[in-house]
Design a protein around this ligand. Structure first.
Ligand code: PNW
Length: 459
């Protein structure tokens, strides 16, 4: 079998985006509503009250965006996601050809520029019609996901060779169904655990069918994170968090099972009406690579009334009450910066799965209010703090490779300042600035830094 993954001789670099965060055009060409359209319309759901209906308007400006990706260097990778409600607007049933046509144009435009596309099938924009039937709490959603995956593959599979099923199903499950801070905004105790199982199942069902259709490089993208206890008293909680955040995904992939500690923390995962015979066997060995999205380490500490309980913890009814220490420095979104956490999670993921790894997202929200003259004389964001973050994390990725982790590629989150979910447009992760009025794209200093870095390392 030919593999289309980077071969690992050097670390390949690229950038990543997600459909709802950049496309806009949310009612165009027959796109159905998604849970994020519905959720973002609720008062208070996003920090600035805004949604993704216009976003970066990449639905119309994708050619310009791909010029920017191509400008990063020869053969650079572009990770994008496909909006399920553009393809099957009601979640199941009728296929919208105009939605497929859009991704067809996008992929052709990428290839024409020498950009290597990798597609993620699900980055949280569930068709609202499926949420109306209980979304990821309904096992049928997993089946519907596999059907949708096949429709997309049938159209794009001749040109897209590296695929991912889900992006960060942890967020979709726990932030969506237990913490209520992401769509669909439900706060229903351990619903997150049940949604998580159906996301695992959806991945497994889609993987079986995609492999049968000839896909050789199918992955899944997780936001795995290191949990570093601050004190010996927090060790138990750290292990429990590692179970619900990390091992709930890597266990089924590597062993076809949820481990005993996870089952203690999330007993519903032992319920045979939820986890049916054969579900986890389907997931075992189903990934050809694993994506790791990394931003920050977590430092659990015994519950302290003066340290706010992180939203994380509200998502896990079964985990011992704890707080998190967040050290300096922090990015603009409040997440601690520590590149050694990336090296640690890559080595741990290698040990747990043995799979080729892609750092499928890493980047920093920065204040972005310092301007200098750009190469064309126009003002350019001087985001030295983002450059420092990226340099240190790329170095940590190289360190993980030296330590034996099979890391093939590193994708910066993200190409464009975009709709940052519950934060609206208030937090910017882009290496390209977007003018809020007319959506003009202006590369930041970090973009130019990345061009030079890719040029000098030949990756
Ligand atoms: C990830 N949290 O999202 C996503 O994959 C991207 O779409 C996103 O833009 C990026 O990271 C930066 O946030 C997350 O609250 C959003 O724990 C929120 C959380 C985690 C991940």
């Amino acid at each position: 079998m030919t593999s289309h993954l980077p071969d690992g001789s050097t670390l390949q670099l690229g950038t990543a985006t997600a459909a709802y965060q950049i496309e806009g055009a949310s009612t165009e060409d027959g796109r159905g509503p998604s849970v994020w359209d519905t959720f973002a319309a609720r008062p208070g759901a996003t920090r600035d009250g805004r949604d993704g209906s216009v976003a970066c308007d990449s639905y119309h400006r994708y050619a310009e965006d791909l010029d920017l990706v191509a400008g990063l260097g020869a053969g650079s990778w572009y990770r994008f996601s496909i909006a399920w409600p553009r393809i099957i607007p009601a979640g199941t049933g009728a296929v919208e050809t105009r939605g497929l046509d859009y991704y067809d144009r996008l992929v052709d435009a990428a290839l024409a520029r020498g950009v290597r596309p990798t597609a993620t099938l699900y980055h949280w924009d569930l068709p609202q019609a499926l949420e109306d039937r209980d979304g990821w709490l309904n096992r049928d959603t997993a089946e519907a996901f596999a059907d949708y995956a096949m429709v997309v593959h049938e159209r794009l599979g001749d040109r897209v060779k590296v695929w991912a099923t889900h992006n960060e199903p942890w967020c979709a499950a726990y932030l969506g169904y237990s913490a209520g801070i992401h769509a669909p905004g439900r706060r229903e105790g351990d619903a997150g655990n049940r949604a998580a199982h159906h996301l695992n199942l959806g991945h497994g069902l889609a993987a079986a069918r995609l492999h049968e259709a000839g896909v050789t490089d199918l992955g899944i993208v997780h936001n795995l994170a290191p949990f570093w206890p601050e004190t010996p008293e927090a060790e138990q909680a750290a292990a429990e968090l590692d179970a619900v955040r990390n091992r709930i995904w890597t266990g089924p992939l590597a062993h076809g099972a949820y481990d005993d500690e996870l089952l203690r923390v999330a007993p519903v995962l032992a319920d045979p009406t939820l986890v049916r015979d054969g579900d986890l066997a389907l997931v075992k060995g189903s990934a050809d690579w694993i994506g790791v999205n990394y931003y920050t380490p977590f430092r659990p500490t015994p519950a302290d009334p003066d340290v706010p309980v992180h939203t994380e913890i509200e998502a896990y009814p079964g985990v011992s009450p704890i707080s998190f220490v967040v050290r300096e420095p922090r990015t603009d979104i409040g997440w601690e910066t520590d590149a050694s956490g990336l090296e640690a999670i890559l080595v741990q993921t290698h040990e747990r799965t043995g799979l080729p790894i892609i750092v499928s997202e890493n980047g920093a929200a920065c204040v972005d209010d310092t301007f200098v003259d750009g190469p064309d004389g126009r003002p350019m964001v001087d985001d030295q703090d983002r450059i420092d973050y990226l340099r240190d994390h790329i170095a940590a990725t190289e360190a993980a490779r030296k330590a034996g982790a099979d890391v093939r590629a590193y994708f910066v989150w993200t190409l464009l300042d975009n709709f940052e979910w519950a934060e609206g447009y208030t937090k910017t992760f882009g290496i390209v600035h977007i003018d809020p009025e007319d959506l003009t794209r202006t590369p930041k200093a970090s973009y130019h830094w990345l061009v030079e870095h890719i040029g000098s390392t030949g990756s």
